[in-house]
Structure formats: C-alpha cells, structure tokens
Design a protein around this ligand. Sequence first.
Ligand code: CA
Length: 392
Amino acid sequence: MIARLAFLVLALSLASMSAQSATGDSFAAFVAGLQPEAAKQGITPATFDAAFAGLASDPNVLAAMRHAPEYGKPFGPYLASLASPSRIAVGLRKSAQWAATLQAVEQKFGVDASVLVSIWGVESSFGDGEQHWDVFRSLATLAAARFQHPLFRDELLSALQILQRGRIPRGEFVGSWAGAMGQPQFLPSSYLKYAVDFDGDGKVDIWHSVPDVLASIANYLQKSGWQPRLPWGFEVVLPPGFDYRTSRGTFAEWTKRHVSRADGGALPPTGSAILFFPSGAAGPAFLVTDNFVVLKRFNNSDAYALAVAELADRLRGLPAFRSAWPADDFQPSRDERIALQRRLAALGYKVTDFDGHFDFDLRDAVRDLQRRYGMIPDGYPSRAFLDRAGVH
Ligand code: CA
C-alpha cells in the first residue's frame, strides 16, 4: 500500500495544486461538470446523487497527498519495512489459516499462494491496515484538484459504474485517502476489471471476504500475464570478471556464464531472465523473469515488486536476501527519472514512459550509455551517471 500511495502521489505531483482548487466552489463546479459525462455513460441521476449528495472537498485528502512518502527511497529500508519479521510471521499464520482457499485459488488462476499472501500483506497488512476514507469524496477531491488530468476523474466514473450496478452499497465505498479500495487496494477501475466472487455469496466483496480478496489479486495477476510455475526470479552471485554488458538470457545461458543463486539452489532448466542491479553493481544482484514484470503491473515500481518477491520467498521458507544494500543507496527522484527519460529519448534511445517509471529496456539504454562513458554498465542510474549524462 505504501508503494501504491507513493505512485498515486507522484502521479499527482505534476498537478498544479492551488489553494483555489481545494475550495468548495471549485469542488461543486467539478461535480456539476462531471454529471453530463456520467449521464453519457449511463449513470442515472439517482446514482449520481447517491454518490455526491452533501459531499464536500476533503482537506485531509489534500494534506495526506502533500505529506505522502517520497519516491526514490533507498531499497534496503523500504524492503525491510514491507518484508518485516512481523509481516512474515502473520503471513505464515494467514497462509495456514487459509490453506484450503489458497490451494483452490492457486489451482484456478495459476498464481503461487505465497505471492497472493505477500501482496495481501503488503497492500493492507492482511486486512488490518485497511482505511476508511470515503472513496467518492477522496476521488472527487483529487479529481477536482487535478482537473486537467483524467486519472482520478476516470476512477470516479468507474466508481459510479460500480454503484450504478448495485455491486456495493454507497456506505461501503471506503478505502485509502487516494481511493484504493479494500484489502487488495484496488482502484475502482481495477475492481471492475479484476475483482471476483470466490466464496460464492454472489457479492464481490474485497473489503470483508478473504476468498474474494485472494481470488481478485490472483485474477489481476493472471489477466496481467502471470505464467504458472515460473519463479519471479532469484538473488544471484556473479563470477569474478563478469561482463556487465550482458543483461539478458535464458537460465541455461546464465548458468553457463557462471551466474549462480545466492542461496545455493539451482537455476531452473527453462525460462529466461534479466539481470537487475537495483542499487548498482556494488549492491545486491537479481535475475528476474517476466513474472517480476507482472508484479510491476500491480504497482509500477521495482522496489514494490522486489518487496513482494522477498516476502513471498520468506513465506515459502526461503532465506532473506543475502547481500547488504549500500548504506548510501541513491535512488533518483521522480523529477530526475523523468529528466533521464527525456535525455535518453533526445539521445535516440527508445523510451515509452515519460512518467518516471523505469522498465528494463530503459535500464539497458542506461547500460549502453554507461559503456560509452567508461562506467560499469549495470543499468543503475547513479548520481555520478546522472551528472555525466547532464540530468538534473
Ligand atoms: Ca463473495
């Protein structure tokens, strides 16, 4: 949930927030302006009124947005806070308690139980960390403040669809201050696309039904391309004299290159993986698969995906990551990430995201540039690299 909030906050940081945007007048004007579009999408006046009657802008939502955690936090403390001993202990207890349900969900959707429990734990501490902000009020406050951008406006329209279909009573629309709902922290559009009824009571209840929560997370991952029986990846150890220009290959090729698992286990005989240095060549190294990329579709952050991966490993009885994270782990801010994306595009590299989300193609572009600069090509945008590339 922390990462999800950070993502949403950063999505908002481009907004030109002004004091005026939070006033009652602009909120009322925003809601009035939304009605014709809602009507076009089949939202009845009764539904619209049920959603917005008596609603005012929420100053606490705007305050929460301003005080949300920074993007660009060091990996070590972030992972330690999410894959913590207490979350591992509760996760093991929940895994045992819901073993039969998890087995049924895993069988239907092909997603490992440990990954489902991990996401459940990271998003809402297994339902204990759920919040109770009014979803319509939160989304409308954010949408009104960011009128130019469609994200929260679109989510608000999705929330109206859910209400219109009678899927959830108005009073049960509660979530985080940023409108993420229930134990899996789904935004309304994700609820519409991925939430499912798994306990068979006819209600898609991601707030109270653990079977619905687990199956909805599994459905999200399956629909996002999760491959059954493919591990997310492994922490690895590189041989002396390793050629850092190499970033991709099959597991068989990585084995031939003498790259080995940090826990001493064997790499799988099939499948392929990307070599990933979250904090540079001096920090931990990982081989990650397409399923790691699917975890990022749940929340587009390498730190989030790695935290979910580590917690899932621990729930399966695997050891913690072994290499220490650098004490002075630099991670670029969102503004620096966007500036780097623009710089790489200007230099002729293919860049598909200018919102500050890194994918592995972008890290390969960084590798190429590092090689040209005579730096270790590890795909990690260090402070020195950003300075050398003229990114500020
Ligand atoms: Ca249900």
